[in-house]
Ligand binder design. Structure first.
Ligand code: ATP
Ligand code: ZN
Length: 283
């Protein structure tokens, strides 16, 4: 089988979660130290550790078959690649922010102003869509200090908690795009066998993260009511307990409405509820 290459960030915000995801897929490799390439010992794959900005082009050009990178970087580099799977980490938004004391209050008031950013392509498209003519100042980092230095009237930067904006006296003003880490592939790679296998592994890990394994005890009279509350993958497993008339119910519950469901289960007579994490769900 052909050896695939997957490019991930070598250090920074996406590195740890990318490595963790690949390890949870059962791949065995050494994390980045000084070498740029790390072979996987139990799958035909090599990990390339790169700066995130280079990943989309490496994948487009076929130097890597796959990559893990933020959607923001993909849009900024305007590459032709296949989106394979959103990964649920590295969530952030690209926002325009202005100083607290700014008089800019509506989008159209950005007209004629200067905006500092490391995302000139995305910002340019956004301004064009809203018919705004503003000066885009492309800088390579520390965007948030530019209004304070008198370099720009506003900024367009990535925000997750908003703490950095706040500590620089800036307030978010408009949402340009939201982003998360995604698995990307060279165009057409999704039809290749080892890529398909890897996508399946990634999806089984993600599915497991979204669900919990739940075991509860219930009097069999209450079983129909409980079963109605449980989604499960097919239907729950029901196992008799040593105590006459009681059963244990095993099932999986989505993380999204977990507490609501648990409270309904309790109301329906569930006792001794045990909740466990799931490692993988293979359908
Ligand atoms: P590199 O050295 O690889 O070029 P970088 O400095 O460009 O790293 P990081 O700051 O590590 O990049 O961010 C990597 C990605 O993490 C971003 O492109 C974005 O998708 C995501 N991200 C999530 N939250 C944030 C945030 N608050 N600020 C910046 N990026 C974030
Ligand atoms: Zn970068």
């Amino acid at each position: 089988m052909k050896t695939l290459k997957i490019a991930i960030q070598k250090s920074g915000r996406l590195n740890e979660k990318s490595v963790e995801l690949l390890k949870n897929c059962g791949l065995s490799f050494e994390n980045y130290k000084s070498s740029l390439i790390s072979p996987v010992s139990n799958f035909p794959l090599e990990i390339l550790f790169l700066r995130d900005d280079d990943i989309p082009e490496y994948v487009q050009d076929g130097i890597a078959d796959l990559g893990i990178v933020g959607e923001n970087v993909i849009h900024e580099t305007e590459v032709e690649i296949s989106y394979l799977q959103k990964l649920g980490f590295g969530k952030c938004s690209l926002k325009i922010a202005v100083p607290n004391n700014s008089h800019i209050e509506t989008l159209s008031e950005l007209g004629g102003k200067s905006i500092a950013t490391t995302y000139p392509v995305i910002l340019g498209k956004f301004l064009k869509k809203h018919d705004i003519t503003a000066e885009i100042r492309t800088i390579s980092g520390s965007v948030e200090i530019s209004p304070g230095l008198g370099l720009s009237d506003a900024i367009c930067d990535l925000v997750s908690t908003g703490g950095t904006l706040k500590s620089n006296g800036l307030i978010p003003f408009a949402d340009v795009m939201s982003s998360e880490a995604v698995l990307i592939g060279r165009k057409g790679s999704e039809n290749e066998e080892p890529v398909k296998e890897l996508i399946q592994r990634v999806q089984s890990v993600l599915r497991a993260r979204e669900t919990k394994y739940v075991v509860l005890n219930i009097h069999s009279d209450n079983l129909p009511a409980i079963t109605k509350l449980l989604p499960g993958i097919k239907s729950p497993s029901v196992i008799p307990l040593a105590e006459e008339g009681w059963v244990a119910v095993h099932t999986v519950i989505p993380e999204s409405d977990f507490w609501e469901r648990i409270s309904l289960l309790k109301q329906a007579g569930a006792q001794g509820i045990v909740v466990m994490p799931i490692e993988k769900i293979i359908l």
